[in-house]
Design a protein around this ligand. Structure first.
Ligand code: PGA
Length: 258
């Protein structure tokens, strides 16, 4: 895994946006995997700026979101449909029909999950998957004990995640208990993974994911098995990494590397 540590959260977002823009410029019809939550807000803001000021073109891009709360309609302010529309899609030139987000209101979840998996394959697979990390080490809503081979399915949220996400709702009781989420196995099939994290509250989860054993108890640790995983962190999120000096040393020396 490549680890890039940035001084501030804004720098983290800028670097992540550059990685996305590079993918897009190299392959204008690329397939992007997208994440929600507080972490990617700065990244989306920067992509919107690049679209507006530099003409970054999303007209041929296809997207797949990682997850959605079960039971929230698309226009619910805490749904990930709403989040994506407000924070990215309505500001860029992506065709509506190219956007995929798991449905939180389908009548048949099993059929929907299998359609979602097939649709990713039909679109050529995900070129770059953006990921956040939960304070319990989850990627998407793959909570501790999720199979590292899991596919898109319904998951029951962990208490920790419900507590973490309660800040977006009136109370913890209002946080949905179930989510529909890409599996770890689905995520691992993306050609490149870009995990971003900021803040002290993520430091332990990041250290466990990057330097701990590969375990379904920290599903982000599966990234260690991916040949092209990049982790962009702010200083606080990187603060519990034991090999921090080495990661900085690698970045410093990379310019002259053979
Ligand atoms: P956050 O969530 O960006 O809101 O911290 C990350 C996650 O749970 O994956």
């Amino acid at each position: 895994m490549e680890i890039l540590v940035q001084e501030t959260v804004d720098k983290m977002s800028e670097v992540a946006a550059k990685v996305v823009a590079k993918t897009l410029n190299a392959k204008p019809n690329c397939v992007l995997g997208l994440a929600t939550g507080s972490t990617p807000l700065g990244l989306y803001k920067e992509l919107v700026r690049m679209h507006r000021d530099e003409g970054l073109d999303f007209s041929q891009v296809t997207t797949f979101n990682l997850d959605e709360y079960v039971g929230l309609t698309k226009d619910h302010e805490q749904s990930y449909h709403y989040f994506m529309h407000e924070n990215l899609f309505k500001h860029i030139n992506i065709p509506k029909q190219n956007i995929h987000i798991p449905s939180g209101t389908t009548e048949n979840y099993e059929a929907f999950c299998s359609w979602y998996e097939n649709r990713i394959v039909e679109c050529g697979g995900i070129d770059l998957q953006i990921l956040g990390i939960g304070s319990d080490g989850h990627i998407a809503f793959n909570e501790p004990s999720s199979s590292l081979g899991s596919r898109t399915r319904i998951k029951t949220l962990a208490k920790q995640t419900i507590d973490d996400n309660a800040r977006f709702f009136d109370s913890a009781e209002d946080v949905p208990i179930y989510a529909i989420t890409m599996g770890v196995g689905t995520i691992m099939e993306a050609r490149k993974l870009l995990m971003i994290a900021n803040g002290k509250a993520k430091a332990e989860a990041v250290a466990a994911a990057v330097e701990g054993p590969v375990t379904s108890m920290i599903t982000a640790s599966a990234l260690q098995m991916h040949p092209h995983a990049l982790c962009v962190l702010d200083k606080d999120a990187a603060s519990s990494l034991k090999m921090l000096d080495y990661y900085d040393w690698i970045q410093a020396k990379m310019v002259d590397a053979p």
